[in-house]
Write a protein that binds this ligand. Structure first.
Ligand code: EPU
Length: 431
């Protein structure tokens, strides 16, 4: 059991360096299963989701060496195991990428259905539709998914996604790299981590074009070889620190970012009154006045990311006037608002919209992190609040934020982490 104790009311000052992108890393690590040879991967975030995936790969027979805290060498040449350890797989939603990679490499994959009820149903029907378009036979029963390629292997196919899905786009890419012929994925997602996965695979010898647009073509190759790659910076981690400065105040430089990936977040915070200056791979942020109200609707990239919805809502909770947040991706990503209201916010949820009446001050109390981004929102609220906040279930936050305690402390925050032994550890099954 991990809890954070935060003394709020301090401005943030200084610089913070952004780590590698979680949602790129959790696809690139399973992708190493497709490669014959050593993959040298840099800028890998040291977060619990990554550690869990490494444990899964290790269990399957991958040879893994940690070269530095953020650089790994992974060699899956000798992996023969087509089943991942189920107890670990259930703990991380991104384990669904093992299905595409195992199917592509071995022609067979069997895995537990990924969890993910924390913000509504999260089916994987579009992933399965893609595998079937490549000729695989997919069966779902008893909480498991089993995929089998035909005897003569997967063949390139055409798939039009009914829903713009990050996971389905990446999973079909993984399965298609070694299939015979050309695969076309239409209406695909365009997130930066999709481009990053395609760049990783291309640097290992794949032939993928169009990543970052809504049509991706994969020309199948016989094999992938080892190589070196560096993961892009995390758009959502950067956005989270931007929201933290906007709520708590101060002046902070966000370093090691790709400003283009943050355009919609930067634009929204500027609209709310933040002073933001771009400078190469840095953004300088300064709060010079109380935030102004704004509306936001989450959408697939390049729209405003759902993974920043709880964090921007905290900024709105302290802004001048009434803001509306509309969730466009998930059915139920507002559970955190009950916790925020305990801190003195005025948020009312009506279906897929939250109406937020800004207040001048939040006050510290005991709250829960309901999931990863909800937990990040609680940290931001606690930094901005008067008094002490205790955040329970903070293990969720550590799934996706590298060294959040160290980074915030360096910015002047007063934050402590307390870990106690829990005989029945919580299962973190989303992301
Ligand atoms: N959907 C379907 N069928 C599918 C796939 C998706 O109906 O086969 C629906 C989902 O239920 C959802 C929408 O389509 O309503 C979009 O889901 P998507 O597949 O894009 O999400 P995901 O791949 O499951 C990834 C991230 C999430 C992030 C979403 C959206 C990873 C491991 N997870 O999830 O990240 O919210 O894309 O951008 O990459 C997080 O980092 O906190 C997180 C939850």
């Amino acid at each position: 059991m991990i809890k954070y104790i935060i003394e709020g009311g301090q401005e943030l000052h200084g610089g913070v360096t952004i780590s590698g992108a979680k949602n790129a890393a959790v696809a690139i690590l399973p992708a190493t299963l497709l490669v014959e040879g050593k993959c040298h991967i840099e800028n890998v975030p040291d977060i619990s989701d990554v550690r869990l995936l490494l444990e899964i790969l290790n269990d399957m027979g991958a040879q893994i060496r940690r070269l530095t805290p953020n650089a790994l060498e992974i060699d899956c040449t000798r992996v023969r195991n087509t089943t991942a350890p189920i107890d670990l797989v259930r703990r991380i939603r991104a384990s669904y990428y093992l299905l595409g990679a195992q199917l592509g490499r071995f022609g067979h994959a069997r895995n537990a259905m990924p969890g993910g009820c924390n913000f509504g149903l999260r089916p994987i029907d579009q992933h399965i539709k893609g595998f079937e378009a490549l000729g695989a036979v997919v069966e779902q029963s008893g909480g498991y998914v089993t995929c089998d390629a035909p005897e003569d292997g997967l063949k390139g196919g055409r798939v039009y996604l009914d829903i713009v899905s990050v996971g389905a786009t990446m999973n079909i890419l993984l399965a298609a790299c070694l299939a015979e012929g050309t695969t076309t994925i239409e209406n695909c997602a365009k997130e930066p981590h999709i481009v990053d996965l395609a760049n990783f695979l291309n640097s290992m010898g794949a032939r993928i074009s169009g990543a970052g647009t809504d049509v991706i073509k994969v020309r199948g190759v016989k094999s992938l070889r080892g190589g070196s790659y560096s993961i892009i910076p995390d758009q959502i981690e950067a956005g989270t620190y931007m929201a933290a400065v906007s709520a708590a105040g101060g002046s902070v430089t966000i370093k090691n970012i790709i400003p283009k990936h943050l355009d919609c977040i930067t634009a929204k915070l500027r609209e709310m009154g933040m002073v933001i200056r771009e400078d190469g791979d840095c953004l300088h942020m300064e709060k010079t006045r109380r935030l102004k109200r704004a509306n936001v609707k989450t959408m697939p990239y390049p729209g405003f990311p759902t993974d920043m919805q709880p964090q921007i809502a905290v900024c709105m909770a302290m802004a001048n006037g009434t803001s509306i947040v509309t969730e466009g991706i998930y059915d139920n990503r507002f559970r955190y608002t009950a916790e925020l209201n305990r801190m003195g916010a005025h948020v009312q949820v009506e279906g897929k919209a939250a109406v937020i009446d800004g207040v001048r001050e939040l006050h510290g109390c005991e709250v829960r992190a309901c999931d990863l981004r909800a937990g990040a929102a609680m940290v931001i609220a606690a930094l901005a609040a008067e008094g002490t906040t205790i955040i329970e279930d903070a293990h969720y936050i550590e799934r996706g934020y590298e060294d959040i305690i160290g980074k915030l402390t360096a910015l002047g925050a007063n934050i402590k982490r307390i870990e106690t032994f829990d005989p029945q550890p919580a299962v973190a099954g989303v992301g």
